[in-house]
Design a protein around this ligand. Structure first.
Ligand code: AMP
Length: 392
């Protein structure tokens, strides 16, 4: 899908309305991780470098559910943005209305106005057309660089594009550049690694990946529903009884399509689900009664080695074990290490696997670490993301 990017717009002398994802984690009003702000800088700086432009920046923060709540004010982000851009950032008290418009009119070339949280208005998530039109009055052109919300048709991600010349920022451009081939024409062998807690949340992505991938590695809590469907003993491991039939169907589909579907062949288990639980090696597929499968075992990890190393393209979503507990992080660490060393095109998407590659220090050896959890999953499911479709 060809999308228009910020390079395709004539920005000279324009007020540029930019949707970013500044939905950063806060603790007592202090930003604990500014990755999302940093991710928007390339686009913001590019716009500021063009002749005579000014910037109007909009985002949501948290879930204020249509109410004005100080803890969700974007004023918490203003100082950090200013430091990172090395420029003064002005703050608006709202994201629409007369006062905001007069602040925008007063902006000189090179100046920046940060609008207040879009989700202080219910109309934002409702994609209310009137609200989108009011937002559009804040700029001459619209640039969307919020990949993290591109799977939502909201007023600031979709609605506004109906009223202004629109294009993607560099972040969305990069996400599309990496995800598009994985969905439509992946370089083969194409390996997909899907982990995490639940089968139920990943059925569509598994179905979609089965159309194209060479090998599908399934790990994490969701692997136990598949193992159960195969008749393997899973002890007290996580199970979604209602999805055993689905797992069976997916395995049959993999077989029919000639996709290698790899499930754990050994495990690290524990007698309780806790961060201090001792790791018990289970050297077989079957997990004894009373034990919980918490991580893949060393034989399993070894069996991934050649598959991952030889892949020409690879996507990874979801941890292979309860990596938050140090005793059960080995499998996820090992996979992160293999993915980092892989010479094919490697893409990691999804909140927890991104957290894992960051935690283990492998992020800079991966071709693309996605900034959108839900958005990257929906992309892989083959869905057209409304925020991106709007930029075609
Ligand atoms: P998801 O959001 O579906 O990607 O799931 C991520 C969560 O899956 C993480 O919090 C992991 O701790 C959890 N997880 C991974 N492996 C297991 C397992 N074997 N049993 C229970 N939870 C797991």
């Amino acid at each position: 899908m060809k999308i228009k990017t910020v390079r395709d717009l004539d920005l000279k002398g324009k007020r540029c309305l930019v949707r970013v994802d500044f939905n950063v984690p806060l603790k007592n009003g202090v930003i604990t991780d500014d990755t999302r702000i940093k991710a928007a800088l390339k686009t913001l700086n590019y716009i500021l470098d063009q002749d005579g432009t000014s910037l109007v920046v909009m985002s949501h923060l948290g879930r204020p559910k249509g109410k004005v709540k100080e803890e969700y004010s974007l004023s918490h982000v203003k100082e950090r943005l200013s430091e990172l851009l090395n420029k003064k950032v002005n703050m608006a008290s709202d994201c629409i209305g007369k006062d905001v418009l007069s602040q925008i009119e007063a902006l000189k070339s090179g100046e920046i106005l940060l609008l207040e949280n879009l989700r202080f208005h219910n109309e934002e998530t409702a994609n209310d057309s009137d609200f989108a039109k009011k937002l559009s009055a804040n700029g001459d052109v619209y640039i969307n660089d919020a990949f993290g919300t591109a799977h939502r048709a909201h007023a600031s991600t979709e609605g506004v594009s109906h009223f202004l010349p629109s294009a993607a920022g560099f972040l969305i451009e990069k996400e599309v550049e990496f995800f598009e081939p994985l969905v439509n024409n992946p370089a083969k062998p194409f390996v997909a690694i899907i982990g995490g807690a639940k089968v139920s949340s990943k059925i569509s992505v598994l179905e979609s990946l089965l159309k194209n991938c060479t090998t599908l590695i399934i790990g994490g809590g969701m692997a136990y529903t598949f193992l159960k469907a195969k008749g393997v003993e899973i002890g007290n491991s996580l199970i979604e009884e209602d999805f055993i039939a689905t797992a069976e169907k997916l395995m049959k589909s993999a077989e029919a399509k000639g996709v290698d579907l790899l499930l754990p062949v050994d495990h690290l288990a524990s007698s309780e689900f806790s961060d201090s639980a001792e790791a018990i090696i289970v050297d077989s597929e079957n997990i004894p009664e009373g034990l919980i499968g918490m991580d893949i075992g060393s034989k399993t990890l070894k069996s991934y080695s050649d598959v991952i190393t030889n892949s020409k393209s690879l996507v990874w979503n979801g941890p292979l074990g309860v990596f938050e507990f140090p005793n059960f992080a080995k499998g996820t660490f090992g996979v992160a290490e293999l993915v980092a060393a892989c010479e094919g095109i490697t893409v990691v998407g999804g909140g927890d696997s991104v957290a894992a590659v960051n935690k283990f220090g492998f992020a800079d050896r991966i071709d693309h670490v996605s900034t959108g959890g839900g958005a990257s999953l929906e992309y892989l499911e083959g869905k057209i993301l409304p925020g991106i479709a709007a930029l075609r």
